[in-house]
Design a protein around this ligand. Structure first.
Ligand code: ADP
Length: 517
């Protein structure tokens, strides 16, 4: 290229060739595939392609020149991008599309195609230049991302469905339970209550939610002890268990409510919420009271005629004719044994009702504890041929307590040891002094008691299920024993393993004068 005198440039043949070669080299150096098509020739054929286009498409230059660009889509003809390209060609416009193309070996590559129309001085389209980049990798990543997104969306949908289901599930439980439920926040304000609460206390949601528990109604929950316990629930996670509240509630009158409260934890969350369950036990308590009254009246009413029968049997023994037959004597003997048994049963029942009404009286007197235990054991030993009872150790020879009640406890424990160890003849009574307590243990090697049942055997009328038929009893002996020991300031407990035997122990506190030197 030379500069002329008039300032214009003149192009020599040689210069044009050189420039053309330079341009071709530059195009070949590009990493983008470049093609030029001639719009004035039929079917807009490719008249130029650079090296990168050969590389991207896998075709050789001689297989490319002369063809229409559509050969790159092979049979994948239904792509909407093809229509965009077609319209751009018809209208002589530029366009950009991402289109699926296929290499010579048939493998797919995503082509990002920039198409630009070249116009002559009259604005007529003469050529198109197509610049192409293989964006398969990006497309693959985009596709993977899309699939991942879809997967995540599906998972979120699934989770949401599960959460919704469990919410509905929980809501249906909460609305079905026959207990009033309250959820409190950490300042003991009511976050929510269930329908049962609203119905039981005949209050509205407005009167309850957002209010501090102790201000509800006429301050029925404002009980110092309950407040202290609730304050402990969150920091210590100690629940409130079976706390009884008797109160004149607004709208519903005097009721007895049983309150249980727990810290709510949901996979480690919500540690600042308390769930309170309130049960109305007014009717249940009333029924229990009536049952107790019935028991007490019935045993009293039965005891009076029985005492008379007992007197008559004694008289029969006293006035027994000398020539009475052995058969007759044995009938009278048996009658007196069964009358005595009935009398003992009624005494036990009366004990229960006395304990219930708080009428159990202690007649404390000083007695030789060790001697009384030995005599009691001897008495029982003479009546049993099946078991051997051994007394080991010493406690004290002067204890101030209700002798007949203590005898009742020891007899009861021994009777149980014999009854519930039918195939193990050995029974041991240990006496000892532990600090300022006397301790008595009765050990048998019989059927034992499961951990679960051990918690309940001191409840009145409780009997272990499986023994109901085999062994007679009413399930009140241990209850009475426990109360007697408690009334003496002591404690009674059991250690047992099912199938191996049981040890029932009690301790009784001694005052200074009772502790032997
Ligand atoms: P009862 O013997 O009349 O059933 P108790 O109150 O004396 O009533 O005992 C309650 C229950 O405890 C018994 O029914 C029995 O199941 C269990 N039990 C008591 N003592 C023993 C023992 N030594 N070995 C195994 N079970 C026992």
């Amino acid at each position: 290229m030379n500069k002329l005198n008039n300032g214009e440039f003149s192009f020599s043949h040689e210069t044009i060739n050189k420039d053309f070669e330079l341009l071709t080299r530059a195009l070949d150096a590009s990493i983008s595939g470049i093609v030029i098509t001639d719009h004035n020739l039929p079917d807009n054929p490719i008249i130029y392609c650079n090296a990168a286009f050969e590389q991207i498409s896998g075709y050789d230059r001689k297989e490319i020149i002369g063809r229409n660009c559509r050969f790159l889509q092979q049979n994948d003809r239904n792509q909407p991008e093809r229509q965009i390209v077609r319209e751009a060609i018809i209208n002589g416009l530029d366009c950009v599309v991402e289109i699926r193309n296929y290499r010579k070996d048939g493998t797919l590559f995503w082509n990002e195609l920039y198409m630009s129309a070249i116009k002559d001085a009259f604005g007529n389209t003469t050529h198109f230049i197509g610049v192409q980049n293989d964006i398969s990798r990006r497309k693959k990543a985009e596709l993977a991302l899309l699939q991942h997104q879809e997967l995540m969306e599906r998972r979120i949908e699934e989770r949401t469905r599960i959460i919704k289901e469990s919410e509905e599930y929980l809501a249906s439980i909460v609305s079905t339970v026959r207990e009033s439920l309250i959820v409190l926040d950490k300042s003991h304000s009511v976050l929510s209550v269930n329908d049962h609460f609203l119905k039981t206390f005949k209050v509205s949601l407005n009167e309850t939610e957002g209010k501090v528990l102790y201000e509800l109604g006429n301050g029925q929950w404002n009980i110092e002890r309950l407040r202290q316990m609730l304050e402990n629930v969150l920091p210590t996670n100690n629940p409130v268990e079976d706390f009884e509240v008797e109160h004149d509630f607004p709208h519903i009158g005097r009721k007895l409510m049983l309150v249980n409260a727990h810290r709510i934890e949901l996979e480690g969350d919500y540690k600042d919420r308390i769930l309170i369950a309130i049960e109305d036990i007014t009717d249940r308590r009333e029924i229990e009271r009536r049952k107790d009254d019935f028991l007490s009246i019935a045993s009293h009413e039965l005891k009076t005629p029985l005492t008379t029968v007992k007197g008559y049997v004694q008289m029969m023994n006293r006035y027994m004719p000398e020539n009475a037959s052995d058969k007759f004597k044995s009938i009278v003997d048996k009658t007196s044994i069964y009358v005595e048994r009935l009398n003992n049963l009624l005494s036990e029942l009366l004990d229960v009702s006395r304990i219930q009404t708080g009428n159990i009286e202690l007649h404390k007197e000083l007695f030789d504890f060790d001697r009384v235990v030995k005599e009691t054991v001897e008495g029982i030993q003479t009546a049993t041929k099946t078991h051997q009872i051994t007394v080991i150790g010493k406690a004290t020879n002067s204890y101030s307590g209700d002798e007949s009640h203590i005898v009742q406890v020891i007899s009861n424990l021994l009777a149980n040891a014999i009854k519930y160890a039918p195939d193990s003849p050995e029974i041991v009574v240990y006496l000892s002094l532990v600090s300022n307590y006397l301790k008595v243990s009765v050990t048998d090697y019989g059927m034992g008691i499961s951990q679960e049942d051990q918690k309940k055997i001191f409840d009145r009328f409780f009997r272990v299920g499986e023994i109901q038929q085999r062994f007679p009893g009413m399930g009140i002996g241990l209850y009475v024993c426990d109360q007697i020991i408690k009334n003496h300031g002591g404690s009674l407990w059991v250690e047992s393993e099912k199938g191996k035997g049981s040890t029932f122990s009690f301790t009784l506190p001694l005052d200074e004068t009772e502790v032997p030197e």
